[in-house]
Design a protein around this ligand. Structure first.
Ligand code: ARG
Length: 490
């Protein structure tokens, strides 16, 4: 079928360049199978409702099955001249079983509800894939955390040494962030997985269609009922891209830490060769390109979110061709987010932590100053503001004398001059970073006990999410099976 098929009301043909300009075949390649599945569900429903003869439906469904296998085996390629995937599939069916039968497939539907059906079917599987990749990364971080509840590293505020924390505490912070990303994606999924099919062009149809049946056949969790809303709205895409943008923001922070930690200046980690690249001119270079690209792609995903928001702004209800621009960046973002997750997972799996450097930094940088101030409060009855002042003065003095807390003798002398008497043994204990983290037992603190407790909690959360994903995947699979079964039964 030529695009001329839709042009009986026109006197002339399209001007040069228009066909290519309006074609969505480039972005529709992703949803050929979805388009075929949606068509199958539609035809089964039309047959069940008596809108199309069962014998006709059987032949049309045969053509759709052939379209599927031809596509899988590389024999069915979309023709850009046919505008989009919907017209291409219809054209395939017409050529396969003739125009009389093929011409019946589009009864009681529109490309407007079709494009949304395809997009939602595709998007829900991509969301699940990304959720699975998040969980993979979480598990890697949890594995790292489990063996790192007593490995000390500097904790930063303002990118300045702040207080000692454990590596396990650092790793679980990222797990904790990702937990919310999973929730946001699941929420987006709830709005994505609704059936728009049957909304038709905008107003529903006078044919006695059964939207519940197509909902079941396509494994949707419910119907996007209101026809005008169903074909006009793309907020499920906005929600997905918002969730992905926040996820990328979190991943870019993890990436930034990996980049910083791997510098000579920090020296906290060494990236494995498998996840580092060289320079074309400087033979000594080892660059963290994977982490940098995750950081870079974050901008692209934010851009996609902005693009869909701007496309939707002030667009009147009903389908407008602007809406065709809703997918190019979406597909691209989904791919990039997923590979970001997988490659970060690989990076973390293979990274080597420089424990010597970590504990060296922690003991040379006054990171236990707050511990000392706390001690003056709890053991010496000094008000915190005063103890802050005393410890600040100790630090100032030590810096002046080019010393640090590891010189317990010096520290003790200075304290004594300020009117505080602490034994060397006690002082050593207070200033010991390892003991400091053990004392941070408050809920959510860095103590090994708390981190162990949180690891268990995150593990339970991960299990729960995995079960939920499994259920959703099973539902999709059994919908596919139900469609196949009903095709066979016709
Ligand atoms: N190719 C179109 C898209 O991607 C499908 C819907 C076309 N609908 C229409 N009324 N022209 O959005």
């Amino acid at each position: 079928m030529k695009s001329g098929k839709l042009r009986s009301r026109f006197e002339g043909d399209l001007a040069e360049g228009v066909k290519e300009f309006i074609s969505s075949v480039g972005i529709d390649k992703e949803v050929i199978l979805e388009d075929i599945w949606g068509s199958e569900a539609h035809v089964i429903m039309l047959a069940e409702q008596g809108v199309v003869e069962r014998s006709d439906a059987r032949k049309i469904l045969g053509a759709l099955e052939r379209a599927k296998s031809d596509f899988i085996e590389g024999r069915f390629e979309l023709d850009p001249g046919l505008e989009d995937v919907h017209m291409n599939v219809e054209d395939y069916v017409m050529k396969d079983v003739g125009e009389d039968l093929g011409g019946r497939i589009h009864t009681a539907r529109s490309r407007n509800d079709q494009v949304l059906t395809d997009t939602r079917l595709h998007l829900r599987e991509s969301i699940i894939e990304i959720e699975e990749s998040i969980i993979k990364l979480q598990k890697t971080l949890l594995k790292l955390a489990e063996k790192s509840t007593e490995r000390i590293m500097p904790g930063y505020t303002h990118t300045q040494h702040a207080q000692p924390i454990s590596l396990g505490f650092w790793a679980t912070a990222h797990v904790s962030m990702l937990t919310r990303d999973l929730k946001r994606l699941k929420n987006a999924y709830i709005h994505v997985n609704k059936n728009p099919l049957g909304a038709c062009a905008l107003s529903g149809t006078s044919f006695p269609i059964n939207r519940e049946l197509t909902t079941k056949l396509l494994g949707f969790d419910g119907i996007e009922e209101h026809s005008l809303d169903a074909i006009s709205s793309r907020d499920f895409i906005v929600e997905t891209l918002s969730a992905l943008s926040i996820l990328m923001s979190n991943l870019s922070r993890l990436s930034e830490e990996l980049i910083l930690f791997s510098t000579k200046e920090f020296g906290l980690i060494e990236l494995s060769d498998e996840f580092s690249t060289g320079s074309s001119i400087m033979p000594q270079k080892k660059n963290p390109d994977v982490a940098e690209l995750v950081r870079g792609m974050t901008g692209l995903v934010y851009g996609s979110l902005m693009q869909i928001l701007v496309t939707l702004k002030a667009l009147p209800l009903g389908y407008s061709r602007d809406l065709q621009e809703d997918r190019a960046l979406l597909w691209d973002s989904l791919r990039r987010v997923n590979s970001s997750l997988l490659l970060l997972d690989g990076t973390i799996n293979k990274v080597r932590f420089n424990e010597k450097r970590m504990s060296e930094l922690v003991s040379k940088n006054f990171s236990t100053a707050t511990e000392l101030a706390n001690f003056l409060v709890s053991e010496k009855g000094i008000p915190f503001r005063k103890s802050h002042e005393i410890v600040g003065t100790v630090v100032k003095e030590l810096i002046r004398r080019k010393r640090d807390f590891s010189d317990t003798g010096y520290s003790r002398d200075i304290l004594r001059k300020l009117g505080v008497d602490i034994s060397t043994r006690e002082l050593r204990d207070i200033l010991d970073p390892k003991k400091a983290i053990e004392r941070s037992k408050s809920l959510g603190g860095t103590s090994p006990k708390e981190v162990e407790r949180m690891i268990k909690k995150f593990r339970r959360e991960v299990d729960k999410r995995e079960r939920d994903i499994k259920e959703r995947k099973e539902k999709i699979e059994s919908a596919k099976k139900l469609t196949e079964k009903m095709i066979r039964e016709l």
